[in-house]
Design a protein. Structure first.
Length: 191
């Protein structure tokens, strides 16, 4: 799994950029209407899900632990599509969709990090992203009536932190890939 993520560090970086853009858009315009939030969230969830699925499927042959990333990506796509197909959801339903998606995604990232711990340093960043996602999802599921503005701000901050952590992971994976090569053999490259 480590060499798959290392070879596809660019996809991880794109996920980080997508999360940062979504978070910044949300924080810079916290008074957005529910409909705009639905579409922003739907677009982000689909983009993140597609990038996760592409990353998982890019080199799945011979990699026994690609399923966790695939499941997290598919969950994001499904939740994103549901937000576009059913935009009349109430704010509470959207909050629960976001909570469920964040928890599923977080668990998938934690599972992937556990599998990476022996292969690459910096796997803790993926685990941290997973823990943050689970905590975020649990927090908004427990307090759905915290108010639309508070939810929007929580979502924005969560997306920015997630984006920064994913970009940090991408840089670590890029370094690992350059140091050990795309074959993932663990043997340092020689010049």
């Amino acid at each position: 799994m480590g060499n798959v993520l290392a070879r596809n560090w660019g996809w991880v970086a794109l996920r980080g950029v997508a999360a940062l853009l979504f978070g910044l858009l949300t924080l810079f315009n916290p008074a957005i209407t529910h409909a705009v939030l639905v579409f922003w969230f739907g677009a982000f969830a689909i983009a993140d899900g597609v990038l996760s699925v592409v990353s998982a499927l890019a080199h799945w042959r011979g990699e026994p632990h690609w399923v966790a990333l695939l499941v997290g990506g598919l969950a994001g796509i499904v939740i994103g599509v549901l937000t576009f197909v059913m935009p009349g959801f109430t704010a509470t339903v959207l909050v629960y969709l976001i909570a469920a998606w964040a928890i599923v995604r977080g668990v998938a990232e934690i599972a992937t990090a556990i599998r990476l711990r022996e292969l690459v340093t910096g796997e803790w960043m993926l685990a941290l992203a997973g823990v943050l996602s689970v905590l975020f999802g649990a927090a908004i599921a427990v307090v759905p009536a915290a108010g639309a503005l508070a939810i929007v701000l929580w979502i924005g901050v969560w997306a920015i932190v997630l984006g920064v952590v994913l970009l940090g992971l991408a840089l670590r994976l890029r370094s690992w890939e350059h140091r050990f090569g795309a074959d993932g053999s663990g043997t340092p490259r020689t010049a």
